[in-house]
Every structure is written in structure tokens, then in C-alpha cells.
Ligand binder design. Structure first.
Ligand code: SAM
Length: 281
């Protein structure tokens, strides 16, 4: 039998468009309100599509059509609501494990709930020399600052600071830090776009920080020379969820390492950046 005819690119792009339209219809009613199980299931299905969609050529062609930003504006807030619901559940489960555990490592407690953030940070630490780091800041730490837990478990950095602009997230993160007696971690309410990063040696940016590009500008204008920055930027279908910051990186921030891309829930890739001298701006 002859091999099947290849499907023309235009048809594959049309197929992608109709899948995205279908996800849009299924998530349309869920902009606000409680995260109903049907919303959680539909979002999970959409994220699975984002993670497994195979056709890079069709996606690149679809992106040329200029509707990525419009779809992202629709999907991103829903994915954030989904993430917040998962984090609330993780928070409650972690808190329930806090009795008598003060000061111990957090990794084993996160178990299946850690959603990869703790493990991913452990991978990054292998590429980041924190020997001279005195202050490490996680911008947009959320209610479960698992990246900071990882840095706390695996390094002796003196000051670990988590910031979030949402007072609810700040209160929940503080609750965990206090319950587990993590005395090197401090949680503060702050907008990443207005923070002065001048006293910080290393910064990890949550992918969910918004607006992403303005925050990179803020880091570039306030960080000290030599400051390390961990950036999570979308690749391939990840642009349905996050705007690329790398495409508009301020010249003062240089990419020193690009970690290999691995397909995961949000299709994000890690970059290590370093702030150069101020004269290079
Ligand atoms: C999904 S959560 C937690 C992050 C997650 N643990 C991670 O590893 O990326 C993202 C958090 O970023 C916060 N956030 C978004 N934009 C921000 C900004 N401009 N300044 C501070 N926090 C911000 C949100 O309030 C939210 O709590």
C-alpha cells in the first residue's frame, strides 16, 4: 500500500484553530467565581493539549496569523484561576502535615503535590553558584513558595525573600513559613514591577508575573551588577499561556545559560541571566 498523503499545512493550521476554538468555548463560562470541578477538568484537558500538541510547523504558521495575544488574553486568566485552586489545596494539605515538623526539610512533605516546582528548582540549583549569595528573592512566590522551600533545603543562603502582590497569597505563604519554622524565609507583599532589586544577589521570577516584560525592565534598572536572574519563558505552545519576555530582554540582562526545553504542563524553558554593568544600558 502507498504511504498516506501528507496533510497540507493549511489543513493542519485549520485543525489547530478549531481545537483552540473548541477549548475556548468549553472555558468561556468560567471567567470568574468558584473553581467548579467542570472548570478544573476542562482546564486540565486544555493544558494537556498544550503539553502534547505535536505539530511545530502548524503552530509556527498559526502564530504568524497574529491571534496568539488574543487567545492568551483569554486562556491565561483561566489557567491562573486553575493554578490558584491547586495551590490552595496544596496549602491545606501541607499545613495539615506541619505538626511537630518545624525546621526539617520540606521536599519530602511536598510529595506528589509539589507540581514539579520544587524539583525544577533543584535542577536549576545545579547550574547556579549560590556560594556567595546572601539574599535570594522569589518574585511572585504565591501561597505555596515551593521554589523557596527548595533553596532553603539545599543551600545555606542567609536571606530568602518571597514577594507577592496578592495579600491573600502573602498571608498563606507566611502561614506555611511560620508553621514549619523556616526562619531564613521572609514573605513580603510587593509588586515585582515596583521592587528595588539593588540588595539582592539572585532573583527567581515566577512565570505568572505580570506584566512580564515591564518586570524584566524593572530588574534591569535596579539590580546590582552580577545579580543572577532565573527566567522561565514559554516555548512552542507555551505562548498560549505566557508572553515571551526573552524577545524583548533589556540589553543589560545577558543570557548566560539556556537549559534544555522539557515538555511540561506550561511549556516553559529556563534561562539563567546575569545583570551587566550599568554602562551597557
Ligand atoms: C501561580 S502563583 C505561584 C508561583 C509558583 N509557585 C511558581 O513557581 O511560579 C503566581 C503568583 O504571582 C503573583 N504575581 C503576579 N504578578 C505579580 C507582580 N507583578 N508582583 C508580585 N506578584 C505577582 C500572583 O499574585 C500569584 O500569587
Amino acid at each position: 500500500m502507498p504511504p498516506p498523503e501528507p496533510i497540507p499545512l493549511a489543513d493542519r493550521v485549520a485543525g489547530l484553530q478549531s481545537r483552540l476554538d473548541a477549548f475556548r468555548r468549553s472555558l468561556e463560562p468560567f471567567a470568574y467565581g468558584a473553581p467548579e470541578p467542570v472548570f478544573m477538568a476542562a482546564t486540565q484537558e486544555f493544558l494537556e493539549f498544550v503539553r502534547t500538541y505535536p505539530d511545530e510547523e502548524a503552530y509556527a504558521e498559526w502564530e504568524r496569523g497574529d491571534s496568539t495575544a488574543q487567545f492568551r488574553a483569554f486562556f491565561a486568566p483561566r489557567v491562573l484561576r486553575f493554578t490558584a485552586a491547586v495551590e490552595r489545596q496544596t496549602h491545606a494539605e501541607l499545613l495539615a502535615k506541619s505538626g511537630g515538623r518545624a525546621g526539617g526539610p520540606m521536599g519530602p512533605l511536598l510529595g506528589a503535590n509539589r507540581w514539579g516546582a520544587y524539583a525544577r528548582m533543584a535542577d536549576i540549583l545545579a547550574h547556579l553558584d549560590l556560594a556567595a549569595c546572601r539574599t535570594f528573592l522569589m518574585a511572585g512566590c504565591g501561597p505555596v513558595p515551593d521554589s523557596l522551600f527548595c533553596v532553603h533545603d539545599h543551600t545555606s543562603v542567609e536571606r530568602l525573600v518571597g514577594t507577592d502582590r496578592d495579600p491573600l497569597a502573602v498571608g498563606m505563604a507566611r502561614q506555611l513559613v511560620n508553621a514549619f519554622g523556616l526562619t531564613r524565609i521572609r514573605i513580603e507583599q510587593a509588586d515585582a514591577g515596583g521592587t528595588d532589586y539593588g540588595d539582592v544577589d539572585a532573583i527567581c521570577c515566577s512565570a505568572f508575573l505580570a506584566p512580564r516584560r515591564a518586570i524584566m525592565e524593572r530588574i534591569a534598572s535596579t539590580a546590582r551588577e552580577g545579580c543572577s536572574i532565573i527566567l522561565r519563558d514559554p516555548f512552542f505552545t507555551g505562548t498560549l499561556l505566557f508572553e515571551r519576555a526573552l524577545d524583548a530582554l533589556p540589553p543589560r540582562l545577558a543570557v548566560v545559560k539556556e537549559l534544555p526545553a522539557a515538555r511540561s504542563r506550561f511549556m516553559l524553558k529556563y534561562y539563567l541571566l546575569r545583570a551587566g554593568t550599568r554602562s551597557t544600558r
